[in-house]
Design a protein around this ligand. Structure first.
Ligand code: NAG
Ligand code: NAG
Ligand code: NAG
Ligand code: NAG
Ligand code: NAG
Ligand code: NAG
Ligand code: NAG
Ligand code: NAG
Ligand code: NAG
Length: 885
């Protein structure tokens, strides 16, 4: 029994004190020293720590504190890892910011004599200088101050840290106050760091270091990884006396603008695995010496713009190459040689190839099949043509394919359907032909993103059987100008994870599948079904919490205006058959609305007052409906409305004086309604008005004298109203007017002589911007405004009661194209100088009291221009002039 006890105790003893017992660590735990504990406490006191990341920094044993590591026998602090655990790349900003340490760094840090590892990355020190005393942390091997908003001169004292192996001072940051500037006058301090393996000074300003920087780095024989992205380095020496940094494996000199050819020493770095030379403006063709760099895995020569010539074939010999980016250069010719290089090295490992944004052309070679590990292929923005070779089906690992913006005018092969890893296919902006069948999609089980657009001839069709059940669940789809219809395809209706849908001009003339439409409502952000013939009513009273843009324009939708509750900014419903009123509570339903287009429908009723509640509204486009009642008079200063088009409706009452509060108003089109009263003088405050059309109403009173304040006014159309009185001299101050129409009123008096002062009609320049504004408001396709150019540089005063002579000054208007003065009481002779207006192509002076002989202007040889003036004579009128006596 005793022996048994003894053996038990012995066992227990052995168990407790054996070296791998968990209890040992606890019982004989090495605690941190009081000095180091105090040092860390002072350090913490200097920090700001909004999220309380360092609350554990009050326990007795500092070796158990968050981010602190001690030596397992001496208990001395060796490692301080205070990296922010929240990274912004896939996290939320608020959580990241809360978790940032900041403030000061207390010199007590120096008491941690055995500190080998210091990581303060991803914090926000808001421009604090890197403390000079870091140069006394003599055991330090790892220093990471990246993404932490340090600024100022990098202290040269860091050169004392002869143990340093890793220095990462990458000076980008996620701070909301933006990155700070780190700089170094000289890299001399680096030359002492003989153990240095990894150096990242990305975004530090090194523009002062002159040509010596490379020689200094060349003194570091252990350097493996050198990253000097965006350092404003100038001058890359073309030769080096010797190559000492022979261990170099990663070299990133991207975005420094060296503007040279490739330096020869580059090709002696035969251990390179990654080389980044983006945006350094290398020129000429790619030297064959690249073939020496046999160990390269990553080569990024993108964005040099002036790399040119054909892409050579030797890349295929770089048997370790996984990533090759030659995008945004000036390569031209075909890519046969390039791919045949890979066919002769069957063990190539290329995973990612980007040749986008060059001037490459020709057909895609069948040898595409030889890069069989390819996952990403980007050939976009070139001039490739023809069909996709059927060998594409053998790229069995392909995840992302981008052939957008080429001239592909052939077909898509059925072998496409074998790409069972394909997630993202972008074939937009080409001229595809042919028919896509079920076999084109057979194994596309991972497909999530489809973009397929072709030219408007719609010579590509998707012809799958009615009951086809697709193997994929799409997240985004964009198909334009292909034939999908006429019925709403079933395969589309089973896609219930869509967040973005663009099906423009795809020939669907069916009714909308209500179930699909409602199902999408929770997640969809972008919904475009325009230019189809889709019929029927939309589901009412849906809620679209995530929708940004909905475009159902140019279809045959009918039924009421959809009463959807949505935060969408753009709602485009023009050219349909929606009827009934605009919802009274549109302001509450669509509070974030910026652009509302519902022109050419059958809407009736009043314009709701709640429109004035939509603070962000920019454009209201409601022309060609049956809207009636008065325009609401609720417009107020905080609105940013700049375009209103409610022409061709049945509005009554006055133009609301509160329009005068819309200081950003630029385009105001209210023509062809039944508006009465005078133009409110408050409109003079809308000094940014560029286009005003109030024609075809019953507006009366005299012409607005203040119009001359509207120095941007490009178009003023007040025709077919009841305006009376004279044309005021003030109108001659409309310096920018290119279209002036006052026809069909009761305007009397003479044409002011100062009419020759209409500057824009003198020089005719500068109307594109203003035409553009009208087109944005009317969506351009409206027949009346699609050809606004046709009315440019015109003065139309016909059908009034104007008297007196046609002023000679009118011939100053060298850019005038259209002049219509017909149906007035003008008298006197026609100014002979009219002949000098070379731009004038349309003239009408008929039905006045003009007299004398008609000046000879060959292009105006149509008698209708002059008829109805009994006292006029000469060609083209039949009346002969009396011979001079
Ligand atoms: C103590 O640390 C050394 C080196 O850091 C390590 O090799 C050893 O396994 C550690 N011992 C224990 C008990 O963790
Ligand atoms: C470090 O802490 C001590 C003690 O609180 C303080 O006096 C000193 O100003 C601090 N130094 C820095 C740089 O914050
Ligand atoms: C430094 O920290 C950043 C951000 O935490 C990290 O991405 C990077 O890899 C680190 N650098 C080194 C050399 O470990
Ligand atoms: C540390 O570096 C500074 C600046 O480079 C230098 O003045 C100083 O002498 C160095 N100290 C030691 C101990 O090397
Ligand atoms: C490179 O190494 C050679 C031979 O080891 C040495 O003579 C030379 O000084 C070194 N050059 C540089 C720039 O460190
Ligand atoms: C680069 O290598 C070539 C041949 O391998 C050699 O002749 C040349 O001296 C080397 N250049 C440097 C700078 O080491
Ligand atoms: C496709 O485009 C190429 C190059 O523009 C042209 O030579 C070829 O005839 C076109 N093929 C077809 C089928 O239109
Ligand atoms: C609009 O967005 C807010 C959050 O920004 C959300 O609370 C609200 O439900 C959304 N409204 C609609 C109609 O989706
Ligand atoms: C027209 O221009 C002339 C000369 O530039 C100027 O003297 C005159 O005042 C102007 N008339 C009007 C009405 O603006």
């Amino acid at each position: 029994m005793a022996a048994y006890l003894v053996s038990c105790l012995l066992f227990l003893f052995l168990f407790l004190f054996s070296s791998n017992s968990p209890l040992l660590a606890r019982s004989t735990h090495i605690q941190c020293t009081p000095t180091e504990r105090r040092a860390l406490t002072l350090l913490r006191e200097g920090f700001t720590d909004p999220s309380g990341r360092l609350t554990s920094w009050s326990r007795e044993d500092c070796c158990t504190w968050e981010g602190v590591e001690c030596h397992n026998r001496t208990g001395r602090v060796t490692k301080l890892d205070l990296r922010n655990p929240h990274h912004l790349i896939n996290g939320d900003r608020a959580a990241y910011e809360r978790s940032c340490l900041g403030g000061k760094i207390n010199q007590s840090l120096l008491l941690l004599e055995y500190l080998t590892y210091l990581d303060l990355s991803l914090n926000d020190f808001q421009g604090l200088e890197i403390p000079r005393f870091f140069g006394e942390l003599k055991s330090l091997q790892y220093l990471n101050l990246s993404f932490a908003s340090f600024a100022g001169e990098i202290p040269p004292s860091l050169g004392n840290l002869s143990e340093l192996e890793y220095v990462d001072l990458y000076a980008d940051s996620f701070s909301s106050t933006g990155p700070r500037e780190l700089r170094s006058q000289s890299l001399e301090w680096l030359t002492h760091l003989s153990s240095l393996k990894h150096l990242n000074l990305g975004f530090s300003k090194l523009n002062g270091v002159a040509g010596q920087w490379l020689q200094m780095l060349n003194m570091l024989p252990s350097l493996v990884d050198l990253r000097l992205h965006w350092c404003e380095l100038q001058g890359l020496p073309l030769t080096l006396p010797s190559i000492n940094f022979t261990s170099l494996s990663v070299l990133d000199l991207s975005e420094n603008s060296f503007s040279s050819v490739f330096p020869q020493w580059l090709f002696n770095l035969t251990g390179l695995t990654e080389l980044y030379l983006t945006w350094d403006f290398f020129s000429g063709s790619i030297p064959a010496d690249f073939a020496n760099l046999e160990t390269l895995r990553v080569l990024d020569l993108s964005d040099n713009l002036n790399l040119e010539g054909q892409i050579p074939g030797f890349f295929g010999n770089l048997s370790k190459l996984e990533f090759l980016d030659l995008s945004a250069n000036n390569f031209h010719g075909d890519i046969y040689e390039f791919f045949s290089g890979f066919s002769s090295s069957p063990n190539n490992k290329l995973e990612s190839l980007d040749l986008s944004a060059n001037s490459l052309s020709g057909e895609l070679p069948d040898s595409l099949r030889s890069v069989k590990h390819l996952q990403h292929l980007d050939l976009s923005s070139n001039s490739f043509w023809g069909s996709i070779p059927s060998s594409i089906g053998s790229l069995s690992e392909l995840r992302k394919l981008d052939l957008s913006y080429n001239m592909m005018n052939g077909t898509i092969p059925e072998s496409f359907g074998q790409l069972s890893w394909l997630v993202d296919m972008n074939l937009m902006a080409n001229s595809w032909n042919g028919m896509l069948k079920e076999t084109h999609f057979t194994n596309l089980i991972k497909l999530e993103h489809v973009r397929l657009t072709t030219d408007p001839t719609r010579s590509l069709a998707i012809g799958v059987s009615d009951g086809w059940s697709p193997p994929f669940k799409l997240k985004t789809i964009q198909i334009e100008n292909c034939m999908l219809g006429p019925s709403f395809p079933l395969w589309l209706q089973v896609q219930n994870e869509l967040t973005s849908v663009i099906l423009r001009n795809v020939g669907i003339s069916d009714t909308i599948p209500g179930k699909w439409f409602s199902q999408m409502s929770t997640q969809v952000t972008y919904l475009v079904l325009s230019q189809n013939g889709i019929r029927g009513e939309l589901p009412h009273q849906l809620s679209y919490p995530n929708l940004n843009v909905i475009d159902l324009s140019y279809n045959n939708f009918d039924g009421p205006f959809p009463s959807w509750s949505t935060n969408a900014t753009d709602v485009l419903l023009q050219e349909n058959s929606f009827s009934g009123p605009i919802p009274e509570n549109i302001g509450a339903l669509m509070p974030r609305l910026q652009k509302l287009y519902v022109s050419r429908n059958h809407l009736s009723g009043r314009i709701p007052l709640s429109m004035c509640d939509i603070e962000g509204l920019n454009i209201i486009s409601l022309r060609n409906n049956k809207l009636s009642g008065q325009l609401p008079n609720c417009w107020h200063r905080s609105l940013v409305l700049w375009g209103i088009d409610i022409s061709n409706n049945s509005l009554t009452g006055n133009i609301p004086s509160s329009f005068g509060f819309l200081s950003s108003l630029s385009v105001l089109l209210l023509s062809n309604n039944n508006l009465v009263g005078e133009i409110p003088s408050s409109l003079r405050n809308c000094s940014g008005l560029t286009s005003v059309d109030l024609g075809g109403n019953k507006i009366s009173g005299s012409l607005p004298l203040w119009a001359q304040n509207l120095s941007s006014l490009f178009m003023l159309r007040l025709g077919s109203n009841l305006f009376s009185g004279n044309i005021p001299d003030e109108f001659c101050g409309l310096q920018n007017v290119h279209i002036l129409n006052l026809s069909g009123n009761k305007i009397s008096g003479t044409i002011p002589k100062c009419i020759g002062n209409l500057t824009a009609l003198v020089n005719g320049k500068g109307s594109d911007v203003f035409e553009g504004l009208i087109k944005v408001v009317t969506r351009g396709r409206d027949p009346e405004y699609s050809s606004i150019e046709a009315n440019l540089n015109s003065i139309e005063l016909s059908g009034n009661q104007l008297t007196g002579e046609i002023p000679d000054e009118i011939t100053n208007l060298l850019a005038l194209r259209i002049l219509n003065l017909s149906h007035n009481h003008l008298s006197g002779a026609i100014p002979k100088s009219l002949a000098s207006l070379d731009a004038l192509t349309r003239l009408n002076l008929s039905y006045n009291n003009l007299s004398g002989s008609i000046p000879f202007i060959p292009r105006f040889n149509d008698s209708s221009i002059f008829e109805g003036n009994p006292l006029l004579c000469g060609t083209p009128l039949p009346t002969k002039c009396p011979l001079p006596i």
